[in-house]
Unconditional design. Structure first.
Lengths: 153, 74
């Protein structure tokens, strides 16, 4: 995921018109934007732990213990795939847009929440690059009478 | 390859949704390019029933984020 040098579209973005927007909650690297932007690149890493002891008694969770937080994503480039698949469709794709109507109209948007490296935008954008990685762990005590003291080395 | 796109009138009455979550995007507008990626890992083995021992120790510190990566010797 390379950095976008800046938003310099050769096409005119349309004007977005929304009469009413209702959002209850906004959390974890998320954005509600009214307007345009060149780049948007939020990143979220989370270990969601449900367990009976708190972290001070049973130790913290470490991102480095789980490979999913350091694994690279595959490069997603559909145009490169088209040119390498032997179809001969393209070496590169030149996209030309014609805007017949100068605006996009939405009456009303209602949502409970925007969360985990997400974006709700009324406006146009250049490049959007979001990355969310969540590890969910549930750690319970074995059935039976509770232990006198936790087995913590 | 050349791709021609003609955008005619676009008008929507009402959008109601529960949420926008985990590297997602709800946009009213035009965009250049979009690349959204999300991993969510909750396999059966992530349920640990047993002694409340600490969670796993770091095993890949050399490749973890925010740590120094040693250059291989030439």
């Amino acid at each position: 995921m390379s950095a976008h040098p800046g938003w310099q579209p050769d096409w005119p973005p349309r004007i977005s018109r929304v009469d009413r927007l209702e959002v209850i909650a906004l959390s974890y690297s998320s954005v509600v934007q009214l307007g345009d932007h060149a780049t948007f690149a939020p990143r979220l890493q989370a270990i969601a732990v449900q367990r009976e002891l708190d972290h001070s008694a049973a130790g913290e969770a470490e991102f480095e213990a789980y490979a999913m937080f350091s694994e690279p994503y595959p490069e997603l480039d559909a145009f490169a795939w088209l040119s390498e698949s032997g179809s001969g469709i393209c070496e590169s794709v030149a996209m030309r847009r014609t805007q017949v109507c100068p605006d996009i109209q939405v009456g009303r948007i209602v949502t409970l929440g925007v969360s985990n490296a997400s974006l709700l935008q009324i406006g146009s954008s250049g490049a959007s690059r979001a990355d969310s990685r969540i590890k969910h762990i549930r750690q319970y005590a074995p059935p039976g009478p509770p232990e006198a003291s936790p087995d913590v080395p | 390859m050349r791709m021609d796109v003609t955008n005619h009138q676009l008008a929507v009455g009402s959008i109601e949704l529960t949420g926008v979550a985990s590297a997602s995007l709800l946009q009213v507008g035009d965009s250049g390019d979009v690349c959204l990626q999300s991993m969510f890992d909750t396999p059966p083995e992530s349920v640990i029933v047993g002694p409340l021992a600490p969670l796993g120790e770091p095993v890949e510190v050399s490749t973890g984020p925010g740590t120094e990566v040693e250059e291989p010797a030439p």
